[in-house]
Design a protein around this ligand. Structure first.
Ligand code: EPU
Length: 337
């Protein structure tokens, strides 16, 4: 177990904000986590659990305990003619798991290549890209209750997944720590390649297989999204909002080019990036915080920004979008402090 006091989180958040935490505790096994959760001294502090910090905005130094999982391991749990079931530690780097699956010829997560972050947080957020979501392969999620230290296994249904959402972000927010996932991957991959950007990129390849899909996704992402090592960011800062059909029709009268996706429940999803770009924010800098020039949904740290500077820019964007379009956009990024 690694325990540090007054520890810099600069390398633990992809905005690269220079904040400190009173305590940082990194455990490598469920037993170590259980010991931390049963410790009286630790229980007197506020706690937050992080993954790779690729979806976090620290507003201040943190006066509590930051927990991080170093539970590793990708193991075959069982298999049949069609599927392999992998049990994966929450501290595994997400893209290492995708690379492993593609290398072993297992399909289901190749569209989720190069998404930053670790496996536990991926399951909590229901990461998604290019028409795929992690929920499509999840069998079960193992987690520890913070208050009691008891372990519980959640079935797929119990996780209550939705767009960038799960029970761990709603009813049970900050109540459980994910330790392992079991995912179901296919020995006979079926490809989902209808997403426009991916389809275009794949047309450069002579064959559609796990490797070409992974490489195409990597190339699209690399082109469109800033490298966190070069320009601190947390991917999409906001979620794409949904609006009623009536609201959509009235906006379409005024903005005939508004992009949209019809949802099965009759509502309409609008790309937040388009709303933000229409409001003139794309490529604009406010102090050391800015809106990325190639993707308006991404806020970046130009260097030395503080969390509140990024939060202020986000608030200005939310207010402008709300005033102009009557649409409330919500951060995907979690604010801490
Ligand atoms: N668009 C603009 N301006 C921009 C960028 C996009 O108007 O600067 C419009 C275009 O009409 C474009 C549409 O927005 O067709 C959608 O853009 P894009 O395909 O880039 O996807 P997105 O909706 O902005 C979502 C996810 C991304 C994911 C991509 C690809 C969310 C919040 N974001 O972005 O996820 O990689 O689709 O599937 O759902 C993340 O969550 O961190 C993330 C990067």
């Amino acid at each position: 177990m690694k325990i540090e006091e007054n520890y810099s989180l600069e390398k633990h958040n992809t905005f690269h904000l220079n904040v400190k935490t009173r305590w940082f505790m990194e455990y490598s096994t469920e037993e170590e986590l259980s010991r931390i959760l049963h410790d009286e001294y630790v229980s007197s502090f506020e706690k937050v659990h992080i993954g790779a910090g690729s979806n976090l905005l620290f507003l201040n130094d943190y006066s509590g305990v930051v927990l991080h999982s170093a539970i590793k391991g990708i193991d075959v749990d069982k298999e049949n003619d069609k599927y392999v079931f992998l049990r994966v530690g929450a501290g595994v780097v997400w893209d290492d798991l995708v690379a492993y699956a593609v290398d072993k010829g297992l399909g289901g997560i190749e569209n989720l290549s190069l998404i930053p972050g670790e496996v536990g947080a991926a399951a909590i957020q229901n990461i998604g890209a290019y028409g795929a979501e992690i929920k499509d392969v999840i069998e079960s999620v193992e987690a520890f209750e913070i208050a009691t230290g008891n372990k519980r296994i959640f079935t797929l249904d119990e996780c209550a997944y939705g767009y960038r959402s799960s029970i761990f972000k709603k009813e049970l927010v900050d109540k459980y720590i994910v330790t392992y996932l079991t995912i179901r991957l296919s020995k006979e991959p079926q490809f989902s390649i209808d997403y426009k950007d991916l389809k275009e990129e794949l047309s450069k390849y002579s064959i559609v297989n796990l490797s070409s899909v992974r490489q195409a996704v990597i190339d699209v992402r690399t082109r469109k999204l800033p490298d966190t090592e070069v320009l601190g960011n947390a991917g999409s800062f906001f979620m794409n909002p949904t609006i009623s059909e009536n609201h959509y029709e009235s906006l379409k009268n005024e903005y005939p080019l508004i992009p949209s996706y019809a949802l099965p429940d009759g509502r309409v999803k609008i790309p937040a990036a388009w709303l933000i770009e229409q409001c003139g924010f794309k490529g604009k800098a406010y102090g050391q915080a800015a809106v990325y020039e190639h993707q308006a949904l991404v806020l970046v740290n130009l260097g030395g920004a503080v969390g509140s500077e990024i939060a202020l820019l986000a608030e200005a964007i939310r207010e402008t979008v709300a005033q102009r379009f009557g649409i409330q956009i919500e951060p995907e990024v979690k604010y801490i402090g």
